[in-house]
Every structure is written in structure tokens, then in C-alpha cells.
Ligand binder design. Structure first.
Ligand code: ADP
Ligand code: MG
Length: 254
């Protein structure tokens, strides 16, 4: 389904961010609309403001200028590090999110089991994070984020630390879960193929100051696979754009 006709889920206008007295803006005059149910990947080299953008959408930071409107939708966030509390079991970690969301205690056990089913990791309630593999920990982290019943899911390089096989499995899971729950997803990565594998749209960013450089609609059928030839073609195109960015930077420095 085309999402460009869906209502706006996140509307960003003239967004700028300066950390402290830094001479360079981490983000400069960013404008964009992400539509309901859309899966948008933010791609760009380190320092182009990807994490800053997600932090601002999550409300973890205050912008220097501009506005973000998510129309009161609930926003959840997930990072490269699962961020699970090591001293709590899987059950305890997910219950904490349920508690913070005001879910009645009597339903916690059933909800935890249901969420672990959603991320296809049933029966691990009593495990502690260190007993799980990296991929399993990210599944639990996803379950915990979904426990907040978010409509907008922010993901900051969530699979960057996983091996390729585990990462491919997580791609299938997030694609399925996003579709089942009609989530709007803002997904940050510096992996070009991953961006094309997952995104309905890829927004390419550029550093110094952080800004949107260009964007690409990925009109490929799902499910997709990382090694699809169609993905390779688009990834090559985006790689060229990234190389051009790097080239123009070197010219300036010369
Ligand atoms: N908490 C912070 N304090 C000061 N500068 C920061 C902070 N976080 C990020 N920056 C700077 O803002 C710019 C964008 O960073 P970031 O959003 O982390 O980029 P990315 O996630 O694309 O790598 C970089 O120049 C970075 O050094
Ligand atoms: Mg980052």
C-alpha cells in the first residue's frame, strides 16, 4: 500500500539543533513528513545528525529551533545496545515498561508472554540478559518497547552489533511486526543495503551541518532479502551519492 496518501504521523518543520556552543549545527533546518504506517530509513555517515534527529522526535532533547508534531502519538525508542537492566529477568524488564505505561498488574504475566510471542522468543521470562545472545536481547528490547504500545517506533542502529545471519532474521521480524501493528518506523542506519532492505523511503543525510541531502522511494515488493539484485542496484546508487558527499568534502579541504 502506498503510504504517501496516509495522514502525517510525524511532521518536522525547520528543525535545527546546536549542542552547547558548538560552531557546527548538528541539524540545520530539517523539514519532513513521515506518514502513518511508513517505514523510513535514515542513512548517512557518522556525525550527520541521525541520532540527534531521533532524540528530538523522542523528546529526549529540546531543539534549538523548529517544531516536531506527532499529533499525540505514542513514541517508543530502541538503540544498538538493548539497554536491558542486567539485574532484572526478562519478565522484570518487560514488566517495568508495562508498569510505566499504567497497565494493570493483574495482566502483566499474560502481556509479557504475548509480547515474547510477538518477537518469537517464548518461554525466556526467567532468563537474565547475560544468558541471552545479542539477537535475543534485541528481541527482548523490542518486546519491551512494544509493551509501551507505541504507534511510532524509533530505532537507532538497532541491529548494527549483530552478525549478518541474526540481523537478516531481525529484518524479517521488524518488517512483519511493523506491518501487523501498522507502526510508523523511523529507522537509523549507516548500512546502505539495510536501509534499502527495510525502507519504504530512504532519507540520505549529510554532515557539517547535519541536513537532508536527498531521498529515495524504494518501490520494491515485500518481503525483501538483503541479497536481492534490486536492492543491490539501489544500494549502489546510494553509495555513489555518499561517495560524492565525501568527495566534495575533500575538495573543500584541498
Ligand atoms: N550530546 C552531545 N553534545 C555535543 N555534541 C553532540 C552531542 N551529540 C551529538 N553531538 C554532535 O552532533 C553531531 C551529530 O551527531 P549524531 O546525531 O550523533 O550523528 P549520527 O548519529 O549521524 O552519527 C556530531 O557532530 C556530534 O559530534
Ligand atoms: Mg548515531
Amino acid at each position: 500500500m502506498s503510504t504517501s496518501t496516509a495522514p502525517a504521523a510525524v511532521r518536522i518543520e525547520h528543525l535545527s539543533m546546536r549542542y552547547g556552543r558548538s560552531p557546527v549545527l548538528a541539524l540545520s533546518d530539517v523539514d519532513m513528513v513521515v506518514h502513518e504506517g511508513e517505514f523510513v530509513c535514515f542513512l548517512g555517515r557518522s556525525g550527520c545528525g541521525k541520532s540527534t534527529l531521533l532524540s528530538l522526535v523522542a523528546g529526549l532533547e529540546e531543539p534549538t529551533a523548529g517544531t516536531i508534531d506527532h499529533g499525540g502519538r505514542r513514541v517508543g525508542m530502541m538503540f544498538q545496545d538493548s539497554g536491558l537492566f542486567p539485574w532484572l529477568t526478562v519478565q522484570g524488564n518487560i514488566e517495568l515498561a508495562l508498569r510505566l505505561s499504567g497497565v494493570p498488574r493483574s495482566t502483566w504475566s499474560a502481556r509479557v508472554a504475548e509480547l515474547l510471542d510477538v518477537v518469537r522468543l517464548p518461554g525466556v521470562q526467567k532468563k537474565r540478559p547475560h544468558e541471552l545472545s545479542g539477537g535475543m536481547r534485541q528481541r527482548v528490547a523490542l518486546a519491551r518497547t512494544l509493551a509501551q504500545d507505541c504507534q511510532v517506533l524509533l530505532m537507532d542502529e538497532p541491529f548494527a552489533a549483530l552478525d549478518a545471519i541474526t540481523r537478516d532474521a531481525m529484518h524479517d521480524e521488524i518488517e512483519r511486526i511493523a506491518a501487523e501493528r501498522a507502526l510508523t518506523v523511523l529507522f537509523v542506519t549507516h548500512n546502505v543495503r539495510e536501509a534499502v532492505r527495510l525502507g519504504d523511503r530512504v532519507i540520505l543525510m549529510q554532515p557539517g551541518p547535519g541536513r537532508v541531502a536527498s531521498e529515495l522511494d524504494v518501490e520494491l515488493a515485500r518481503p525483501r532479502r538483503m541479497d536481492d539484485a534490486e536492492i543491490a542496484v539501489r544500494a549502489a546508487y546510494l553509495h555513489d551519492l555518499l561517495d560524492e558527499q565525501a568527495g566534495s568534502k575533500e575538495e573543500k579541504a584541498a
